[in-house]
Design a protein around this ligand. Structure first.
Ligand code: PEP
Ligand code: MG
Length: 324
């Protein structure tokens, strides 16, 4: 990246017709926090809490977790930080909590585990709430929600964690709460889910895997894993419309948000914010600054009529080249 691009990364990303699109950073390591701040992230759009769990030898306790979360929240306050609750299972294993299954991606993972283990979940939620005392930027997000009952269960435990802490004398505010859209059923439930929370965030890594039935980590089928698949575009459109009908914001925190061609489509879909790895931040802000939402919508409408991912990609790549 040129020096100019890096300097511009500190500035907000605004489309040529004046719409600001916050670009957040994805993270799971405390080591990412300073680089994220310095590279101009507008906040942390996804903090994967399983990472600190994975590098320990046992479940971190409430106090230990609380210190970790505080170290993420405080440097960014008042910019938003989205802490995602534990998302283990699937391809993410904890050495001290073995989950052995024939079909782990369709098995016990994410919210399914923490709802079955309220003691693990409550410890984490209490730690998050405690970490945010005196700060205003805590957002809590639930992974792998596929049904309303799961969201209700998670919200009940969050309420319980807060009530307990208030009883114990902690001045904890209710945080902003969000749901990941990464299980295909959540696409169809987007409005229902959004009505009960503050925001949605699309996890395209899992959403593409589950929509297309293509393992996100299997090289043999990697060519079939394609975010430009028309089914993915229609799913994103449905999710965005559902969130907006409920009057809520929707962001994208999967890898698609770091793909410049895909970002044109996300702008057209009126996605409210993006979250990408630090390395992609400057580039993605550049894409946002290079297009108007109107132009992005025209390109999106064209893409939505196309039937093949290669044709969609070609059209968008051409638009990127024209933008310089
Ligand atoms: C996703 O699924 O897109 C996502 C952001 O979460 P993870 O990659 O941690 O599953
Ligand atoms: Mg995911």
């Amino acid at each position: 990246l040129t020096e100019g691009l890096r300097e511009l990364a500190q500035e907000p990303a605004i489309t040529t017709d004046g719409i600001e699109v916050p670009v957040y950073a994805n993270s799971g390591l405390l080591a990412d926090i300073q680089p994220s701040l310095q590279s101009g992230a507008d906040g942390i759009g996804l903090y994967r809490t399983e990472v600190p769990f994975m590098i320990r030898e046992r479940f971190p306790g409430e106090g230990e977790q609380s210190r970790i979360y505080r170290d993420v929240l405080e440097p960014f306050d008042p910019k938003p930080v989205i802490l995602r609750t534990l998302d283990v299972g699937g391809d993410k294993a904890l050495p001290y909590f073995p989950v052995v299954e024939d079909n782990p991606f369709l098995g016990w993972r994410g919210i399914r585990i923490t709802l079955d283990h309220p003691e693990i979940f409550l410890t984490q939620l209490r730690a998050m709430l405690r970490a945010s005392v005196g700060l205003s930027n805590l957002h809590i997000m639930f992974p792998m929600i596929g049904a309303l009952s799961e969201l209700k269960g998670a919200l009940q435990l969050l309420q319980r964690a807060r009530d307990e802490l208030l009883d114990e004398g902690y001045a904890v505010d209710m945080p902003k709460v969000g749901v990941m859209v990464e299980v295909p059923s959540a696409v169809y439930l987007a409005e229902t889910l959004a009505r009960r929370v503050d925001f949605l965030s699309v996890g395209t890594n899992d959403l593409v895997q589950y929509l297309l039935a293509v393992d996100r980590n299997n090289p043999r089928v990697a060519a079939l894993y394609d975010g430009m698949h028309p089914a993915v575009l229609h799913a994103l459109k449905q999710a965005a419309e559902g969130a907006h009908r409920a009057g809520k914001s929707i962001s994208v925190c999967g890898e698609m948000a770091a793909d410049p061609a895909a970002v044109i489509l996300l702008l057209g879909l009126e996605i409210d914010a993006l979250s990408v790895s630090v390395a992609s931040l400057a580039r993605i802000k550049w894409v946002i600054r290079s297009f108007s939402r109107e132009r992005a919508k025209e390109l999106l409408d064209q893409c939505l009529t196309m039937e093949e991912p290669v044709a969609i990609r070609a059209l968008l790549d051409n638009a990127l080249v024209q933008a310089g």
